[in-house]
Design a protein around this ligand. Sequence first.
Ligand code: B12
Ligand code: SF4
Length: 544
Amino acid sequence: MAKGKVLLIGAEDEENLAIRSLGGVLISEGHQIKISPCSRIDQIKLVLGDIREFQPDLIGVSIAFQSLAKMFFKLIREIKKINPEVHITVGGHFPTFEYENILKNVPEIDSVVRFEGEKAIVALIESILSDKDFSKVPNLVYREDKTIKENQCKNEFPNLDELPFPVRSNNPQIRLGENFATLIASRGCFHSSCLYCCIGAFHSKKIGCKYALRSPESIADEIFELYDKRKVRLFQFHDDNFMLPNKEDSLKRFKEIKTAIQNKGINIDKIAFLIKARPDSIDEEVAEILKKLGVVGVFLGVENASESGLKALIRGSNLKDIKNAIRILKEKEISVTFNLLIFHPNATLEEIKENITFMEEYKDYALDFGRAEIVAGSPLERLVKNQDLLRGDWPNWSYKIRDDKVDKMFSMNKESFRKKDSSYSRVAHHLIALVYHVYVVKRIYPGISSNSLLVEVNGLIRKFNEYIVKKLSELYELAKNNKDFDNLEEFNQDLEKNCIRIIKESKKLTKKLERLQLIEKKFEVMGLKESPQNVKLIREILRI
Ligand code: B12
Ligand code: SF4
């Protein structure tokens, strides 16, 4: 069988596991690959340069994010201008559901791979290199004689343990001052129902279980490879749902993962994990084992802090679960960050008020807030279409919120917090990263300085949240009284001034944390047992 060249394109804010997993499989089958990252329009030139140089037989573009679809369509049109013959296929969540519209609207795209792509990408390059008969490529939708042909899709998960590890970049990424890598321990989600999420639909045709797991040994093997060869110390699990439906099963699994990691000779005290979790999956025992495993941060699926909001978002968890989870994780000294989808089609002002009250109560936690966005395949997409609330143009959909006052508040939010170039989103992300950072440092380099940095970080977060609650309450009052901004410019100037101030303070704290990490690493290399931060004189001399 002839071997080919495949160029894989995807957004790479961090290593993109979709294209890198496909790359791993292609390499194991003897094909050559090149990863060409594209997260922003200004990277298109670089991708075109890669194509000229690499001369691929097949180009695969990952369009997981609907928000980036337009940029990728532009890129694909540019590619076809310089290389009209090359076969371009697209895959990921958005094309999986929107393949008909994509093939109708973007003639430069030759095919779409739906759902998981490991089998399909190998079969596709092999048929491109041989008879060009695409009828046997699983999950493929393609053009043939001016018609669209749809092949059968695989309705089982691949055996995740048998898949090669994702191809990694030449050098490990550095995040939060440590060598960093993302990985997944599973695919799919036992809940699979949330209003705004497409994961349920992505795996809905799977026979049997809604999710698939890697074995603890396979996870530990990948972690060891990253730890040993690339000196990775911070790992982020990108599973849709890291937890299992049954707490006993979760406990058993996490214990096994911990044992498998330790059996590899990894010093578990010197690594840290970030995960996402549903609040209803957390109890004392689960949190305890997560702590022992090295989890320092949980992006907790709070999503809404009112019972009606949680119900509308079909979260399957309640406020009691949320409050319990936050309390328990705090007790175990695991950091918690979260997002509140305060705007959704059926949101009411009372509900928004409850969310603001919650933000006030939990002002010590780094958080963000916003609207549940429509993604293809999600129940929200069906809801807004059925209820005639859909607005905007494909692929950048929007919707009307039923309650006029909430809709008004959302518009005001768009003109202020989410105004183009507003620094608010940047601060929210900064503070989420900052809190993870200080907990990473606390785990890997415990001591006096890391403890006092935690106090400083908490203070900054509290100060910012108090301010945000005040500003958001202003929007709420205006919407409630059906009023417009008295002075939008003034509101925005004040918001901007405060956001920039917080970003500056956050950057200062980040520098302090990085400095501490650097000094700790130097002392470690020198073989010194005592941590420099615990010796007063050294602390003073080195300013840590
Ligand atoms: C990691 C991640 C991120 C990272 C991105 C990392 C990066 N690439 O730089 C971060 C945290 C930055 C992020 C941000 C966002 N994310 Co996100 N993210 C994920 C997450 C959790 C994991 C992705 C992953 O690594 N999966 C593992 C790989 C192996 O699986 P996979 O992506 O499904 O890939 C397989 C198939 O889809 C297919 N495939 C994929 N691409 C291609 C391409 C080809 C050519 C082929 C043949 C096949 C193929 O084959 C792959 C292997 O089987 C997914 C959920 C998920 N399960 O994927 C959400 C997900 C992709 N994100 C989502 C969203 C909504 C967002 C945000 C908009 C959130 C927000 N409100 O800000 C932003 C947008 C970011 C942007 N750049 O615009 C949605 C996307 C929905 C949509 N259609 O738009 C998802 C599906 C989550 C969800 N529950 O709905 N995200
Ligand atoms: S949002 Fe999370 S919990 Fe909800 S269905 Fe999607 S993956 Fe599952």
